[in-house]
Design a protein. Structure first.
Length: 359
């Protein structure tokens, strides 16, 4: 499991070190304190696959149209204060990931990983020369890999000459997104094949107790269906984004043993009356499938439920289950710091109103 991370020159982090992570980690703090950016840092450092850099662009809603107009600014948002003279660096338990702007065009094979197409619009010759190059380097188990992203008005190309041969399984579930039903159906097939369909159903029932059956059918299109106590099967898309997100969470846990799961705004769609049982089941599944979870929240109620469920785990002798990380800005250094509390410290802070914040 990840125990600590150092973040340098990334997003809102100038220089931040956080240690004391456990199996299930909840991240809180005021708005714009860096909660999502911390998940992104964990994602880039631990996934060690270049395509996740592009995935973050999509999650953040960075449109290809902007890249087309300003390819030289394609990577600016990754750097603290857009300072591209300094490299981005993540250090976690000995593994190092570094991103830096690079003026050299590397050799080796290239492949287009994001393409812009507009056949009806004439592009000036000047736009062909507007480029920005982001070099990525990974150091993992004393092995070094590197690659280079080249952004131009035609899209993003990836130099494939040296990319990691080993990639950890890391999944990122954004705050708001729409997963394709066919993807959920395929994930459920895998869980069902391994005898875990009942676990999927029980997790979904935390949100809607009237659901009694879950199935995937291929009726023209591979689709994931839910069935209530009265009525027939209906596509999961008709049950709302909360159910879809919860289903995605449980399938990512069950199907990808010994992986890392990152969840932004985990409270979305979970009623406060269900949050305690939600955390209890999440703790249980994370331990059973050897998953390390990092989740952000804006909700004080979600933090309270997390503390209560974590205390129950601690009383059963599971002291390595849960940690709460609050992000705040150090007024003296004007840098973001991570204050790590175990569940006993979190419970004391909540009870005595010591400034635990989820918003």
């Amino acid at each position: 499991m990840i125990q600590k991370i150092e973040i340098h020159n990334f997003r809102c982090f100038e220089e931040t070190k956080i240690s004391g992570f456990k199996r299930v980690n909840l991240i809180g703090g005021k708005n714009n304190s860096g909660k999502t950016a911390l998940l992104e840092a964990l994602y880039l450092n631990n996934s060690q696959t270049p395509l996740n850099v592009i995935e973050l662009r999509r999650i953040r809603g960075e449109r290809l149209a902007f890249l087309k107009a300003f390819p030289e600014k394609a990577w600016n948002s990754l750097f603290f204060n857009q300072d591209k003279d300094k490299s981005i660096k993540f250090i976690s338990d000995g593994d190092v990931t570094e991103f830096k702007m690079n003026s050299d065009i590397p050799g080796g094979n290239r492949r287009i990983i994001e393409k812009l197409e507009d056949e009806n619009k004439f592009e000036s010759l000047e736009s062909d020369y507007k480029q920005s190059r982001l070099k990525a380097e990974w150091i993992f188990n004393a092995n070094v890999w590197d690659t280079c992203f080249i952004a131009s008005s035609n899209g993003i190309e990836l130099n494939d000459s040296m990319t990691p041969k080993i990639s950890r399984k890391v999944h990122f579930i954004p705050a708001s997104y729409r997963l394709f039903n066919t993807d959920l159906a395929s994930e459920f097939d895998q869980a069902d094949f391994n005898g875990n369909s009942e676990k999927v159903l029980n997790f979904i029932k935390l949100i809607d107790k009237t659901i009694v059956q879950v199935k995937a059918f291929n009726l023209g299109e591979h689709t994931f269906y839910l069935k209530r106590e009265e009525g027939g099967f209906l596509p999961i898309s008709l049950f709302g984004e909360a159910i879809i997100k919860i289903t995605d969470i449980v399938l990512k846990i069950i199907n990808y043993k010994s992986s890392i799961l990152l969840i932004d705004e985990i409270e979305n769609g979970i009623h406060h009356t269900n949050q305690f049982e939600f955390w209890k089941m999440l703790f249980k599944l994370a331990k059973e499938f050897d998953i390390q979870i990092f989740a952000t929240t804006h909700s004080g109620e979600m933090i309270r439920a997390f503390a209560n469920a974590g205390l129950e785990e601690s009383e059963q002798g599971n002291d390595d289950t849960a940690a709460y990380i609050e992000l705040a800005r150090n007024p003296r250094k004007d840098r973001i710091v991570g204050i790590v509390r175990d569940v006993e410290q979190l419970d004391y802070a909540i009870t005595h109103e010591k400034g635990v914040r989820g918003d």
